[in-house]
Ligand binder design. Sequence first.
Ligand SMILES: Nc1ncnc2[nH]cnc12
Ligand SMILES: [Zn+2]
Length: 324
Amino acid sequence: MPLKAELHCHIEGAAAPELVISQARKYGKDTSPYIKDGAFVWHDFTSFLVAYDFASDLFRTEEDYARLADHYLTSLARDGAIYSEVFTSPDHAKKAGLSPKAYTDALGEGMARAKAKTGIEGRMIVTGVRHVGVESIEQAARFAARCGHPLVTGFGVAGDERIGDFEDYVRAFEIAREAGLGITIHAGELMGWESVKAALDHIRPSRIGHGVRAIENPDLVRRIADEGVVLECCPGSNIALKVFDSFADHPFPALLAAGCKVTLSSDDPPYFWTSLKREYDIATEHFGIKDKALVAITRTAIEAAFVDRKTKAALLARLNGAGR
Ligand SMILES: Nc1ncnc2[nH]cnc12
Ligand SMILES: [Zn+2]
């Protein structure tokens, strides 16, 4: 089994249906409109967000969040992951009645528990949500910049890409950049290549969440390869959300062949019937990528990780040692 690293997973979106059902029992909520036969129910991006917000609202206390992070990172480690970055969402925490600090500390506690059991290294990327609005995105950036949590190493923007303009987020990303945080932004998932170009022009991220619809413009693909921008690709998510019709139509192999730095992640795994392990299996089965090339993809992810130099060197040494 190749060693793995994940750069793109929303922690609320990683809650398995069984965990969500157990949380619903705790808070006396009915999951039947959103979970059927052990799987989340949705039919498009908008209804996905509704199910996602329903499940997120069932995580309310510090222990709930610690359990969620521990559960997810422990399952990742079991699947061969040595590194995990998760997107955190102060907006979801606030809705559940927790301060961003209590929420972040709790997730950090869950990550520490998973690390103690399995050795998996974890970091957090604080995110703002586009469809919540610019002000909340700037608030999230200010929190990320000042929180001082040692595992908060990045800032990003997720949410409904059909809403808002990239120019509107420049100030939030300046706050994050000035604080020394790594920068990533979702683009080129629900919207086309123009969105990826706007993200590069206005935000100048080192990584893009998805970015796969850059494939619609060969000049942009060349720019991504030349500038070494890393794409956080989530093929299982893209097929589930019908960004592409089938794996045969997915641009991952073309982007790789064009010299783009591509990585593999699960996005919101149980919603998209996937896992990090399945994403690596998809790469083998549908894109013809063999074990050695999968290890190179893990290396790309670790090299692009928002993690201190010493930890990065230790992760790379672990990866290189496993290949011998
Ligand atoms: N796939 C996705 N795209 C944008 N925002 C998200 N938030 C959670 N999952 C997301
Ligand atoms: Zn995402």
